[in-house]
Each structure stands twice: as structure tokens, then as C-alpha cells.
Design a binder for this molecule. Sequence first.
Ligand code: ADP
Ligand code: MG
Length: 394
Amino acid sequence: MSETGSEAPIATVEGFTELYGAAPEGVWAAPGRVNLIGEYTDFNEGFVMPLALPHTTVAAVSRRSDGVLRLHSADAPQGVIQLEIASLTPRSGDGGWAAYPAGVVWALREAGHEVGGADIHVTSTVPTGAGLSSSAALEVATATALSDLYGLGLAPADAALLAQRAENEFVGVPCGVMDQMASACCAEGHALYLDTRDLTQRQVPFDLAAQGLRLLVVDTRVKHALGDGAYAERRDGCEAGARTLGVRALRDVPFAELPDALARLQAAGVAENVVRYVRHVVSDDARVERVITLLEAGETRATGRILLEGHASLRDDLRVSCDELDLTVEASVAAGALGARMTGGGFGGSAIVLVESGDVERVTKGVEAAFAEAAYAAPRVFEATPSRGAHRVA
Ligand code: ADP
Ligand code: MG
């Protein structure tokens, strides 16, 4: 993997040609993402604000007329995997990576699109399993390629929804829609404001360089096992909170009514953790709105404070952070960062750090030194330039 997403698909095309004996019909790229603010809000029908990374998954693809799907990834050891598209069945795979692109083919066909076979070869610069949505990048690259090649004319948001369905139903991961929407719909120099209830979206200017700022991603390189069960537990807790409050989803609790809602939950005798989850979700939805207001007013520096509040809420109320993420935030701020927070599902994965351009090195060194001092493995630190969503590259 090269360090960032230089898009040169040459290696991908060569790899494809070597594997399948002819050049691909086309090459598509879809990015990973980080979420600026609005975490664990998407399954509460709330607001999120991701931006696409310059790191992409690149898919070289050709159609086949015999209903066969051949899949290969430069990052997977399995070699070429061959499947019959007519016999694709949800959750039938061996848990391997092929379920993501195969799931996309399945979801397209379930939605009534006439997709035949395909030869697919992918390369990627999106770190996998680091909370940066390599899974969505893989799905969205596949969906975009097949939509173009088979003339389906899918809008980016439709490709994202089918990719989410693939991950939910075919792979069996109960993710929300943010990752796929980010990978499909983001625009360069912008963050994507997304209402996950009705999928209304707005591109919010986030041109960091023009304001002398940088957004760093710190991949802690840890993934604590707790993650999967904790996600389901938070989700159940949020649903219980919404039920008790008599709303369809926590998104329907206005921030101004949060104190009253918390008092009602306590009076109803709900578990203490549910009260905390509700406080996180309702306040994080409000933080999305506050960040948008600041960005649209050109006051990007002031968002740092809100990132820190968001982190405290994820750490103390939702309790999905971990020592490595907390240390990243503390060390960044100590080294002069404007703000930082964990991003994604937590329990490891990555954090984002907002810094003055001139402070990149100092903050990077500060985080690296703190990790060394704590005897943690060295984190991977890179810059998140707000990049474009899925597109054809050749
Ligand atoms: P994240 O999406 O945060 O990176 P996930 O656990 O959701 O983490 O998805 C990671 C999985 O997606 C990998 O374990 C692998 O199965 C699959 N995957 C993603 N990108 C690739 C790739 N380029 N090649 C093969 N598999 C990939
Ligand atoms: Mg994922």
C-alpha cells in the first residue's frame, strides 16, 4: 500500500490483466472516510458529517456474460475467488472479504437490476479495520463500477444504499448508512452533512488548507475485542430510551428538551446507561449543527472545542473510547492541537486531530512520544484532505 491515495491505476490495471488475461473495461475508485462529528447518531436517525479521505479502493472491472463472478484483491491472500451470481446467498460465505463485493452484486440483483457476471481486481490504500471504512470503499467501488458497466445509472446515494444493504444483509454487519454515503457522495474540499432519516445531504465547505489548518488522522492500530457486542448494546439502549420517551428515534428529542428528557427517563426508572446514551446522542446531534454553523461562518478553528466535547461524551457517556484513543486526544491537545476526538465505532481504530498547519509535526511527535511512553505500538498518523467520492478513473 502506498501511503496515500495517488490514483494511478496502472498497478491495478496490470494486476487485472495478469490475472484475467485481458485489460479491464474500466477502473473505478471509492474512498475511505473519517467522520468529523455526529457519532453513533446514524442508527438514531440523526445527523453525521463525514469527509472522504484521499485513500481509495480501486477496482478494475470487466463484464462477463456467463453469470460468473471472479474476485481478487491484492490485499487478500486467497487468490481468485469464483462464484456463480445465481447462487449468491446471504451469509453463505466463509467470513472472508469476497462477501463484500459479492454482496453488492446480490443487492443489485435483489433490487431488480440486470447485472451479469464480472471479473474484479481491487487494490487499496485504505487501511482495513482501522475505522476508516475500507469495507464501504470496497462496496461502493464495486457498486459504482457495475452501475456504469451495466448501464444502471445509479445515483451515488442509491449505490450507497445498495452497498449498505449488501453489508447488512449479505455480509451480516448491522452498520448504519454513513460510511457508504460518505464513500459515494463526498465532494473535494467539503464535509458531507447527512440527515440519516431522510438522507437529505448538503456539502459543507471544509477547505482546511485555505484557512491554514490541517486535519490529522491517528490510526491507533488497536482494535479491542469488545467492539461488536458493545455496538449492539448501545443500539438497544438507544432504542429503549426512544421507546420510553415516546419518540420514533432519539433524533426526535430536541437539544433544548434534553434536561427534561433525562429527568423523564430517570423518573421512569430506566437503567443508568440508557440515560447516558440518550445524553450522548442528543448532544452529538446538536454538535453537528453547531459545527455546521461555525464552518459556514468560516470559523473552523472554533470547531476544535466541539470535537473535544464530542470526545468527552463518547468517552464518559457512551463509553466507547479506549486508553489509546483518550491518550491520542490528550497528547494532541498538550502539543497544541485545536481539538481532537475518536472517530468511528471506537474501542480502537482512529482519532481525528485539528491542528494549525505549522503544528503538524509538533502534534504528530507529541502523539508518537506519548504512545512510546505508554509502551503502545507506534500509531500511524496521516493527513485527511477532504477528497471526492466514488468516480471512474480510467
Ligand atoms: P473498516 O471498514 O473500518 O476498515 P471493517 O471490519 O468494516 O473495517 O471492514 C474490513 C474488512 O473489509 C476486511 O476485513 C476485509 O474483509 C474487507 N476489505 C476491505 N478492504 C479490502 C480490500 N482492499 N481487499 C480485501 N478485503 C477488504
Ligand atoms: Mg467497515
